[in-house]
Design a binder for this molecule. Structure first.
Ligand code: UGA
Length: 485
């Protein structure tokens, strides 16, 4: 099929590359000319597993192209995916002006029958607004259908999530739109894609064929907001339970295991930490709260989820303060900048907010992240120092603080960390370590919802030589390119 994807952000780029991978002819279009030039040079603006190879092989095979205008992309395509950004406005409502701009451009060039697909996350009833704008721009009502096809991909595993989905939701009020979307996803629903020898590796848990669910357009729009809000609620819930565990000396990991074993609850998204972040949950919760308000309904639960999430960050700063007493003048090694492991995205990252809180209290912060250093430099600038390894970050620090759940951090050599730190203190906002291993390494270990671990003897004098050595390494702190320059 001939498809156009308007918007080349996380969703658009991944959807475009994956749709080409399914055998369709895809045109990508974006009004950011710098981004288009970058893509034409074969550079990928985001860090996402399998995306570079998918982009490159589908471009080589001529299935993935970059259109020079929306008009050209629309004229030659039968299905147009809208995947532009919907950033939050000051009142929490999503800014739908980019969606409107695309709808009016599409309306002007629609020609023969086309399906317009809402891929961006939008409030319920947006499909009706898109339809109205298209008609105001000259598209006859019978020349198009607007379908909602929300995206459930997670950053870091976006390609796998797209190609091996739990479900594909198609919200279509007419039969033609539903039929065309069924055709788009046929290689996944029939399982044909999965038998290809060059298919992206299948996750162990994937059953074999993708399930496609057809609903009304309104229901599909609601499914997206409701799903993200529910997942965020699970996180805030377990964070609140973790805090109760801390108060009574219980272990939240044990509680999670016991709760998660109930198949009605499930163990996923029950990892306590420093709260959720990213470009989706915080924005979608605010938007969904407004949807409820506009319906004249009180959905106080969403307020609580948001409040608990903010509280969790502040509580973590307090935890660091209680471990180090005054933060002023203390050197803190902050491991992690991205909003979660596996991505370089720092949007709404709790790690950044917490580091800023440390800086505001006069701490000297040395940061390290395997992927997000360049992006973080644009925000944190020279308020912090940038280390070239977790060990260099810890050299001479009063404590190591873990803020992002990178697997690399879970595999650190704790003996080296212990020798690098000035004081053997680790405060883990992601529960990456077991208490026993920290005790064995001679570290004081504070985590979320679990009892603190303190080694019987914590003399640190034997490591002074190692500290000196690490401080020398520290002086060679790497400087990462300054994107803001
Ligand atoms: C989220 C959803 O998981 C996707 O299904 C959805 O498509 C996407 O938003 C979107 O709306 O586009 P993503 O933002 O990539 O995906 O990140 P998640 O993996 O959901 O994590 C969100 C945040 O919650 C992260 O800060 C993560 O560290 C935190 N989290 C997650 C926890 O604190 N505990 C958990 O148990 C799980």
């Amino acid at each position: 099929m001939k498809l156009a994807v308007v918007g080349s952000g996380y969703v658009g780029l991944v959807a475009g590359a994956c749709l080409a991978e399914l055998g369709h002819e895809v045109q990508l279009v974006d009004n950011d000319s710098d981004k288009m030039a970058m893509l034409l040079r074969g550079e990928i603006p985001i860090h996402e597993q399998y995306l570079p190879e998918l982009m490159s092989r589908n471009r080589q095979q001529g299935r993935l192209r970059f259109a020079d205008s929306i008009a050209n992309a629309v004229k030659t395509s039968s299905v147009i995916f809208i995947a532009v950004g919907t950033p939050a406005l000051v009142n929490g409502a999503p800014d739908l002006s980019y969606v409107e701009a695309v709808a009016s451009a599409v309306g002007q060039h629609v020609g023969e029958f086309k399906v317009i697909v809402e891929k961006s996350t939008v409030p319920v009833l947006t499909h009706q607004e898109i339809g109205k704008v298209m008609m105001l721009n000259g598209a006859p009502a019978e020349s198009f259908e607007v379908v909602s096809n929300p995206e459930f991909l997670r950053e870091g595993t976006a390609v796998t999530d797209f190609l091996f989905p739990d479900r594909i939701v198609v919200g279509a009020d007419g039969s033609r739109g539903a039929a065309m979307l069924r055709q788009v996803y046929e290689p996944l629903t029939s399982g044909a894609y999965y038998s290809q020898s060059d298919a992206i590796p299948r996750p162990a848990t994937f059953s074999g064929k993708a399930r496609l669910l057809v609903t009304s357009a309104k229901s599909a729009e609601l499914i997206k907001h409701a799903s993200n809000s529910f997942l965020a609620m699970k996180i805030s819930f377990i964070n609140a339970i973790a805090n109760i565990c801390e108060a009574v000396g219980a272990d939240v990991q044990e509680v999670c295991e016991g709760m998660g074993a109930d198949s009605r609850i499930g163990e996923r998204f029950l990892r306590p930490g420093i709260g959720y972040g990213g470009s989706c949950f915080p924005k979608d919760l605010l938007a969904f709260r407004l949807v409820a308000e506009e319906c004249g309904l009180e959905f106080g639960l969403l307020n609580e989820v948001i409040k608990l999430n903010e509280y969790q960050r502040n509580r973590f700063v307090r935890k660091v303060r209680s471990a180090l007493w005054n933060l002023k003048g203390k050197k803190i090694a902050a491991l992690g900048l991205a909003f979660k492991g596996g991505t370089d995205d720092i949007r709404e990252s709790p790690a950044i907010a917490i580091i800023q809180a440390f800086c505001n209290e006069g701490a000297e912060v040395v940061v390290y992240d395997p992927e997000a250093m360049e992006r973080a430099r644009c925000v944190l600038q020279d308020k912090v120092q940038y280390a070239n390894s977790p060990y260099a970050a810890c050299a001479g620090a009063h404590a190591m603080v873990v803020l992002t759940d990178w697997q690399d951090f879970a595999e650190l050599d704790l003996g080296l960390i212990r020798r690098a730190l000035r004081h053997p203190i680790v405060i883990d906002g992601r529960n990456l370590f077991r208490r026993e291993q920290m005790l064995a390494a001679g570290l004081h270990y504070y985590s979320i919802g679990r009892p603190t671990a303190a080694p019987a003897k914590s003399s640190h004098s034997d490591s002074q030589a190692a500290v000196e050595e690490m401080l020398t390494e520290m002086r060679s702190v790497e400087s990462v390119p300054n994107l803001s320059a």
